[in-house]
Design a protein around this ligand. Structure first.
Ligand code: NAP
Length: 252
């Protein structure tokens, strides 16, 4: 397959615009799932485990499909980077999804999330497999190594923080409690902080516009969400730790 360069550029710019749109829109409403669902539940919902599974799976399957149908010889650096993207979505699809104890997910949000994951899976996979040319030393380049270090550090923070949240609930419980431990001692959105570090690390490791656009989108989507989670905790719990910030330790 040849490189659809224009499509890659349009999709990357589209994702940046979607992120900007979310930043502008966030004061009016947060994407309506979890605690931000509003007083009247949506008409159609899907159990959280199924919703996360269906929504995230395309971001794993599409790059894998592109990789196995690509006839081009790929360097070690390419496999390392596309493999890293797939590791994240393997975890989301087959580990995070079946374990989540979240409340039912609105169908519309799941469909929109699945659409986004499909586009993004195609964007990152097609770009890495068919557009970029890494030289053979890329996997030992300082940008690739620093980026991967950031990615896996962020992923560890994200997984650990999501695990803390999950353990706050018993099965079939939907109450909210004060999270403690790990980076939650410093910020209310520790899982989001991990996710943001992950994708900016990935952007450094791939040194690419598509990965940067996704990192920017993740920041624009989860950053405001961390802020509103923080406000929710402050309003709901009078004893919420005063020292804790929303997203960036000691700062914000
Ligand atoms: N890259 C991106 O753009 C992007 C976008 C969105 C999400 N994500 C990632 O997807 C994962 C889930 O996102 P999310 O928005 O659902 O995160 P979240 O709001 O922090 O919720 C994560 C899970 O923990 C539960 N939970 C949260 N706070 C809790 C508390 N105080 N007490 C008890 N349970 C609590 C939630 O239940 P409820 O659902 O019932 O609230 C949900 O099941 C995160 O790792 C996030 O980084 C990435």
């Amino acid at each position: 397959m040849h490189c659809y360069e224009n499509l890659i550029n349009y999709l990357s710019c589209g994702i940046i615009l979607a992120g900007l749109g979310h930043l502008v829109h966030h004061k009016k409403a947060q994407t309506s799932y979890g605690r931000h669902m509003g007083p009247s539940p949506p008409a159609r919902t899907v159990p959280a485990r199924l919703a996360w599974f269906l929504q995230e799976m395309p971001a794993l399957l599409i790059p894998l499909f592109l990789m196995f149908t690509s006839h081009k010889s790929s360097s070690m650096g390419k496999f390392l980077l596309i493999g890293t993207f797939c590791v994240h979505y393997f975890h989301r699809t087959f580990v995070y999804s079946p374990l989540t104890r979240g409340r039912p997910f609105p169908l519309g949000v799941m469909v929109a999330g699945g659409f986004f994951c499909s586009l993004n899976g195609f964007l990152q996979g097609h770009y890495l497999l068919h557009c970029v040319q890494f030289d053979h030393e890329w996997s030992t380049d300082y940008r690739c190594m620093t980026g991967l270090l950031l990615f896996y550090t962020g992923m560890a923070i994200n997984i650990h923080s999501d695990c803390i949240l999950r353990n706050l609930r018993k099965p079939n419980d939907v109450v909210y409690k004060i999270p403690t431990g790990g980076l939650f001692e410093y910020v209310s959105g520790a899982n989001y902080l991990g996710e943001i570090v992950e994708w900016f690390g990935y952007a450094v490791a791939t040194w690419s516009l598509p990965a940067l656009s996704f990192a920017f989108f993740s920041l624009s989507f989860t950053g405001p969400r961390a802020y509103y989670h923080h406000r929710f905790y402050q309003e709901k719990f009078k004893d919420y730790p005063k020292f804790r910030k929303a997203l960036i330790p000691f700062i914000f």
